[in-house]
Design a protein around this ligand. Structure first.
Ligand code: 0PR
Length: 371
């Protein structure tokens, strides 16, 4: 194939899928990346963050990102690195926990946790003790208390659950974790909560060991970009390996890592910075409120619970059938089979216009099905 054919074919294939800017994707927690981030990716596309011997500049950029997170999370001592996403970051956290408490075999995990925790447990031969949720879909603190024992390696909480964007009672869970590894999966909420100033999810929580925060979700960076952040440097120290054939030391789960992703994340963070993210988060929360208010005017549609973040669960009768109908109108929506609801992630591309159009078409569809 010549260059032109290759590009034509790829463009053809890409057109088969929607773009975030079409205003029809309301199920995804990712969004359209910045041009400057794509340019950053291109500049560093031939670099490997594993090889700090050949590419020391990538290490500088990554250190800068961690420093930025240190300011965001009120702890200049934090350490960490850029991962491929929340899944790898959660695995890296539990791997570090296992290094600290090698004999312990159990995790205490609220049932709303992301499935990557189960994956990590399977890979590391750990047993998961699932805990229940309260009536607001938050981790139940008594249930966690009753599952903790001397074999507990780690307790996991979520700040922004995958299905409803719920924030677990992090402060109370923190109090239970004095001699236990405490990991908070803030893959989604990590770029929201600090800018709302309402809830504390930072390293001022004394027992917090690690946080997952994904730049490729509300950080608005291009995929792939997650991050694992530890309270201090000692955690990475336990994970360090020095391959005998390379002049580098590494502590990451993956070997070769994309320098492009790290540069693209840096570009996105530097472009928006704290003020930019604050504005974006405030706008997404305003739009979330708008969506909730508009829903009140639609018969048969209800909130599953009041949203804390910019993820909304909409309870409707015949959820799968209604969703099917909306999908025929090109809406990309996610149905939660267990809860009989639709999940809407009010990302920056989900504007007021998108919400109004969705509400109108949801209302019409419900009328057709429920009268
Ligand atoms: N932790 C939480 C709380 C998550 O919600 C997710 C994924 C992860 C960890 C894992 O992150 P990675 O997928 O980056 O490894 N949450 C998204 C979700 O379930 C993943 C996603 C993103 C799904 C975009 C669809 C989509 O279009 O919604």
């Amino acid at each position: 194939m010549d260059k032109k054919q290759i590009i034509t074919r790829l463009k053809e294939l890409r057109r088969e899928d929607p773009s975030f800017m079409d205003g029809k994707i309301i199920s995804s927690v990712s969004t359209e990346p910045l041009d400057i981030a794509l340019e950053a990716f291109r500049i560093f596309s031939d670099t490997n963050a594993l090889d700090t011997y050949i590419f020391p500049s990538i290490q500088k950029i990554e250190k800068d990102i961690i420093k930025w997170f240190g300011i965001l999370l009120n702890n200049p001592q934090i350490s960490g690195y850029i991962t491929t996403g929340g899944t790898e970051a959660n695995m890296a956290a539990l791997y570090a926990a296992k290094k600290i408490y090698p004999k312990r075999k159990e995790l205490v995990v609220p049932e709303s946790a992301h499935y990557s925790i189960q994956r990590a447990a399977d890979l590391m031969n750990l047993r998961v003790r699932w805990t229940t949720l309260d009536e607001n879909f938050k981790a139940d603190i008594d249930s966690i208390k009753s599952e903790i024992n001397k074999d507990t390696l780690a307790v996991i909480a979520t700040a922004g659950t995958s299905s409803l964007g719920i924030v677990d009672p992090i402060e109370e869970i923190n109090d239970l974790c004095e001699d236990i590894f405490f990991h908070v999966d803030a893959a989604f909420g990590g770029f929201v909560l600090p800018f709302l100033g309402r809830r504390k999810i930072d390293f001022t929580l004394v027992n917090l060991d690690s946080l997952t925060i994904d730049p490729h979700k509300m950080g608005l960076a291009p995929i792939p970009a997650g991050s694992i952040l530890f309270k201090d440097n000692s955690y990475l120290g336990r994970l360090r390996i020095s391959p005998p054939y390379l002049p580098v030391r590494t502590y990451t789960l993956s070997g070769t890592r994309s320098g492009g992703s790290i540069a693209a994340t840096w570009a996105t963070l530097m472009y928006f910075d704290f003020d930019g993210y604050k504005k974006i988060v405030e706008e997404c929360m305003e739009n979330t409120k708008f969506l909730c208010n508009e829903l009140k005017n639609i018969p048969h549609a209800d909130l599953v619970t009041d949203p804390e973040l910019n993820i909304v669960g909409i309870k409707i009768p015949n959820a799968e059938k209604v969703a099917e109908e909306l999908q025929k109108m090109n809406w990309k929506i996610a149905v939660n089979r267990d809860m009989g609801c639709i999940r809407v992630a009010v990302m920056p591309h989900v504007t007021r216009e998108v919400i109004s159009r969705f509400i109108e078409e949801l209302g019409e569809t419900l009328k057709k099905f429920c009268g």
